[in-house]
Design a protein around this ligand. Sequence first.
Ligand SMILES: Cc1cc2nc3c(=O)[nH]c(=O)nc-3n(C[C@H](O)[C@H](O)[C@H](O)COP(=O)(O)OP(=O)(O)OC[C@H]3O[C@@H](n4cnc5c(N)ncnc54)[C@H](O)[C@@H]3O)c2cc1C
Length: 286
Amino acid sequence: MTHSSLSRRFTSRFVAGPRLDDGIRVLSQLSNERIWGTLDFLGENVTSLEEASQSKESYIAALAAIERVRLPATVSIKLSQFGLDFSEEACLNNVVALAAYAQAMNSRVEIDMESSAYTDRTLNLVARLQECFAGHLRAVIQAYLHRSEADIQRLNELKIPVRLCKGAYDEPPEVAFSEKAEVDRNYVRLMKLLFDEGTYPAIASHDESIVRQARDYVKARQLSPDRFEFQMLYGIRRDLQRSLVADGYRLRLYVPYGDAWYPYFMRRLAERPANVLFLAKNVLRG
Ligand SMILES: Cc1cc2nc3c(=O)[nH]c(=O)nc-3n(C[C@H](O)[C@H](O)[C@H](O)COP(=O)(O)OP(=O)(O)OC[C@H]3O[C@@H](n4cnc5c(N)ncnc54)[C@H](O)[C@@H]3O)c2cc1C
């Protein structure tokens, strides 16, 4: 199913296409609209260290392509794709190779956050990488986790830039807020902490209220627009994306490409049940 032309029709709203060229094409189009990108080579939870090494090679190819076309883009990776489930040292070595490439071309590796089973290991690995690759990394914090304030304080002290998102995994109430209102409240609290004490934060949300509160806060604090960026997912809330750029804010879109779209796509559907209806209509119309 992941390779069929039917699936291509309904994933194209969120995924650039199966190949690296598709990702680069989308990044170039976005760049014409003054939007930056971060490329995500789809794939998570690889089943061997050999596959993890192939993921690393695919990401190095992605950075090389970004360098060739001179785009202000970064890459976003998942540590489970780089072998974390098999060996922390092998995973670290894979990420070091990629971060060294990013550092040489003055780009950045953004390390996505997966389910809470990975949070400690991911943040510890980012902290180790910061010793050699400061300025070329970004960590991700999920506002739905109870622990996130302490994690942000640690990352702020280490001067590691943070992408703040709400969180996309199904977590139990012991570790995460379950009500949307609680997650939103925590998001705004953490966002202010990042604006006040963080290093070049990324506000990753399509929530209009959160975007508005971010804009109000930076205005009140007179933070200049080059001290932070907004981030959104490719294909979601293009209206909001355009209005941010028109108002002079930095915006980076998360652009996935590759065949292994299934888990990414299912998280996007789960976030918004109306997407299922939208896709069904499009498939029937097609
Ligand atoms: C750049 C970026 C990187 C991310 N990285 C991670 C990560 O590393 N780890 C992680 O757990 N999560 C990540 N996420 C996902 C994030 O955690 C949320 O699941 C997702 O962004 C939806 O939350 P929201 O802030 O947009 O708010 P919501 O309250 O979920 O949505 C607000 C509004 O946005 C629109 N919207 C949101 N989602 C969709 C959708 N799927 N389809 C259509 N419209 C939608 C709707 O209009 C909705 O009303 C990332 C998100 C972004 C933008």
